[in-house]
Write a protein of this length. Structure first.
Lengths: 305, 225
């Protein structure tokens, strides 16, 4: 596995360079906006990557909380299976199908539901026990970075095109901003909490944040959105040449995010191992370099007997 | 079930009696929100027509900040003499303690709102153009929305360094949809331009969702040490 890291790093660098070349020189110029629009090749892939990472964080957090008791673990498993089955069947029922926005196919909704359910089990399979929390902290940190890129590139694009940096009350802008705020508070909680139960508290906060996002979305339902419609599954239309470049760019960003997550995950794991080793060491040698006190001797003599 | 409610009521009665005797939190909150009102009045100096549009935001910002004062001392009281640890090892349900604390804060913040509302009317020359009775469900649902999450996050921030600072950092991001709904509903009622119905339903949804989440997860937070 260690050898794969530099190979992947080189591959990511090549892919990022190729995506940059495609975005700047190959993709057709937008008829209305000119070259300004090219920032979407960084804005949109960052947004997709950030949302994916936050979603993985949510899945890992739910699983971490569910694993506390065998009964909740079983219940969560069946709920996820039920969501997957219901999500796979429901879009094909004519009544539900009519509710879908134009441009969103029932098959794609069903696939998404199955992928979501599958992700839960994949995460549980490859990240048992405490590594669920490692995954959660990694995805939250990297997700915040990508979400920050989204929030910076958005206004840069909006200023020349809309004439304003920020559209207050816009549904997409606000929900992304609130998502960012929630995950920053998640990281602050992790930084400030030093008890052994930080993981549990952070997982609880992640669940609260995930419950919050749909409510934010509805609370600004009536405000008009200026944001362009989503390219995929939202009724927006895009030139195939542009979509091609956008997907290449997303691939590059996903590889980059995966790379960063990988190294961050390894670092966090190492940090915890060092912490554990230090704790163990101080238990085994209570005296250390200082002169052994009478209090420290008592438990040792008891242990050696 | 009856023991569940008897524990809730006993804890609630104890908290109210303590608050009634000291009046610490209530006095601090009252004076704090009075200061917010006065400072906002000096910084905006609005006409009656303008104030209808902005006062919905001002009222709820003042109450949100004041509520944090009450929320911060909710659990701090139980830390003295290890009361919370005693509670943790007792067979009593964690949720009955949570409900007692949330209801106590709800009563306290509602009392504050009832006392502060006339001041807002006087200082900003308010006269609602929409159906004024709708302000009551907005206030009740909005207060519960702030208080239920606030009580929960206050319990969570007990385990952190500088816990008084931690509570608003955790509470405000999650409260954004509730604050948007409260402010929009209040503004709609005051200006009479639009119906507040949608936002009242949304506040109700928020309350139901987060009360359920708090009750489901509170035991995890209380036992985390």
């Amino acid at each position: 596995m260690k050898k794969a890291f530099p190979i992947l790093a080189v591959l990511t660098a090549v892919l990022l360079a190729y995506a940059f070349y495609q975005a700047m020189f190959v993709a057709p110029t937008d008829a209305m906006q000119g070259d300004v629009y090219r920032i979407i090749y960084y804005h949109v892939p960052s947004a997709w990557t950030a949302f994916l990472l936050f979603f993985i964080n949510f899945v890992a957090s739910v699983q971490y909380l569910a694993n506390a008791k065998p009964s909740t673990q079983r219940a969560a498993k069946w709920i996820v299976i039920a969501i997957g089955v219901a999500g796979a069947i429901a879009p094909f029922i004519p009544q539900v199908r009519q509710q879908l926005p134009t441009g969103m196919y029932p098959s794609s909704v069903a696939t998404t539901a199955i992928i979501i359910a599958g992700l839960y089990f994949l995460v549980g399979r490859y990240f048992p026990g405490q590594s669920l929390d490692l995954l959660a902290v990694t995805t939250a940190e990297v997700g915040v970075v990508f979400c920050t890129i989204v929030l910076i590139t958005g206004p840069i694009w909006a200023r020349p095109v809309w004439g304003i940096w920020w559209a207050p009350g816009d549904i997409r802008l606000t929900s992304t901003l609130v998502l960012w705020l929630i995950y920053v508070s998640y990281l602050v909680l992790r930084r400030f909490s030093d008890s052994a139960q930080t993981q549990k508290l952070a997982a609880v906060l992640a669940v609260f944040g995930a419950l919050d996002v749909p409510l934010v979305y509805f609370s600004i339902w009536f405000f008009r959105t200026q944001h362009p419609q989503p390219v995929i599954g939202g009724g927006g239309s895009i030139d195939p040449g542009m979509l091609h470049v956008l997907l290449i760019s997303w691939m590059a960003f996903l590889c980059f995010a995966f790379l960063v997550c990988w190294s961050r995950y390894g670092l966090e794991k190492l940090r915890r191992e060092v912490e554990e080793a230090e704790a163990l060491e101080s238990l085994l040698e209570p005296a250390g370099h200082a002169a052994p006190s009478s209090k420290a001797k008592i438990p040792l003599s008891r242990g050696s007997r | 079930m009856s023991s569940f409610w008897s524990i809730t009521l006993a804890t609630l009665a104890k908290d109210i009696r303590l608050e009634w005797r000291s009046k610490d939190a209530l006095n601090a909150m009252l004076f704090f929100s009075l200061l917010v009102v006065v400072i906002f009045m000096f910084s905006f100096d609005p006409l009656a027509e303008e104030s209808r549009h902005i006062v919905g935001g001002l009222v709820w910002v003042a109450f949100l900040f004041a509520a944090v004062v009450a929320l911060n001392q909710t659990w701090a009281r139980e830390l003295r003499n290890q009361v919370l640890d005693a509670y943790r090892v007792s067979p009593a349900s964690a949720n009955s303690l949570f409900l007692a604390k949330a209801l106590g804060n709800f009563i306290l913040v509602s009392l504050l709102e009832a006392l502060m509302a006339p001041l807002f009317v006087v200082f900003y020359n308010l006269r609602p153009l929409g159906p004024a009775w709708q302000l009551i469900p907005v206030a009740l649902l909005g207060t519960w929305a702030l208080v239920v999450n606030g009580t929960f996050f206050a319990a969570m921030s007990l385990r952190t360094r500088s816990r008084e600072l931690m509570l608003p950092l955790l509470l405000f991001p999650v409260s954004i949809p509730a604050v948007i709904s409260m402010v929009a509903a209040t503004t709609n009622i005051l200006t009479g331009e639009d119906s507040a119905h949608f936002y009242i339903v949304l506040l109700l949804t928020y309350d139901v969702v987060f009360t359920t989440a708090c009750l489901a997860l509170f035991e995890t937070v209380l036992q985390a040490e």
